[in-house]
Design a protein around this ligand. Structure first.
Ligand SMILES: Nc1nc2c(ncn2[C@@H]2O[C@H](COP(=O)(O)OP(=O)(O)OP(=O)(O)O)[C@@H](O)[C@H]2O)c(=O)[nH]1
Ligand SMILES: [Mg+2]
Length: 273
């Protein structure tokens, strides 16, 4: 399903007021960020919206899209690994640190494209975003004063179990705290699980007692106690939030995702702004 005329009009109106819309795709390694970048770009372009694709993963070899702007033009991951005698993870951390010094140039390149949407494909090493400074610095430098959202991908492979779902949500919460951006949680690769599993996971996001029940049934002892305390904490600060099931493979859920992005971009979610 394509965006309605009403949504498109909202987009054009917001565009006049807000300039470019930045969408940062984050999630654990292999959760589907790059394929979603490629697939959502196609979907947006097919809906007559203009898109700039930015790759900020210095270590990626063959992304499934043609990037308009790419951190690999600024930092050579292979060289960093050889010159500093680093392993793959250390080299990625060092490469992103170096990339931060070029963030103004990257932003300038983005601005010059003058497109509606900017999709930023991020590296899968979550520590860059959850703990270190380079990830958040890159995000704030790229977006400048433009409106931005993070899309946090929960891999269906992991989030299909209650403890996997809870731990993925906690990591998402870390990202949310560090980015300070409105965030949408996406259940990625939903095509690999059954329809009733998807419904159950969506329910865990909207009704916390269902997640509590599922955790009760699937865990025991200390884990059960911890999980319950974490849920209570999440509920009391009102952070527990829902997930949108999507599939980058068959483009399902994109209409709902687009609607949610428009709601945020047109000022419907200004919690963090
Ligand atoms: N079935 C299915 N597979 C998917 C989907 N999205 C991604 N994949 C597959 O999952 C694997 C990882 O996808 P990527 O898009 O490279 O994931 P990523 O998050 O960018 O990975 P890193 O950049 O390494 O962290 C690839 O084999 C994709 O083809 C999806 O919606 N459905
Ligand atoms: Mg990737």
């Amino acid at each position: 399903m394509k965006p309605t005329e009403e949504l498109k009009a909202e987009c054009s109106f917001a565009q006049l007021v807000l300039n470019m819309f930045f969408v940062f795709l984050v999630g654990t390694a292999g959760s589907g960020k790059s394929l979603l970048t490629a697939s959502f770009e196609k979907w947006l372009v097919g809906s007559d919206l203009s898109v700039t694709v930015v790759n900020i993963d210095p270590g990626v070899d063959n992304p499934p899209y043609t990037s308009d702007i790419d951190i690999r033009e600024y930092v050579d991951y292979g060289e960093v690994m050889n010159n500093f005698g680093l392993g793959p993870n250390g080299a990625l951390v060092a490469s992103l640190d170096m990339g931060v010094s070029s963030v103004d140039d990257l932003r300038e390149e983005i601005i010059e494209t003058e497109r509606d949407y900017v999709l930023v494909d991020c590296p899968g090493q979550m520590e860059l975003f959850a703990y270190r400074n380079s990830g958040p610095l890159m995000v704030s430098g790229l977006r400048g004063d433009d409106t931005a959202v993070s899309l946090y991908l929960l891999d269906s492979n992991i989030a299909r179990t209650p403890t996997g779902y809870l731990s993925s949500m906690l990591l998402g919460l870390s990202i949310n705290i560090r980015f300070g951006l409105p965030q949408l949680n996406l259940l990625s690769k939903s095509d690999i699980i059954m329809e009733d599993e998807i419904e159950e996971i969506v329910q865990w996001g909207s009704e916390i007692n269902m997640l509590e029940q599922a955790l009760d049934q699937s865990s025991e002892g200390l884990i059960r106690e911890y999980s319950k305390s974490i849920l209570d904490m999440l509920e009391s600060i009102g952070i527990a939030s829902g997930v949108i099931p999507i599939s980058a493979k068959d483009m399902t859920g994109f209409d709902i995702l687009y609607g949610e992005l428009q709601r945020i971009f047109s000022g419907g979610d200004n919690l963090y702004e």
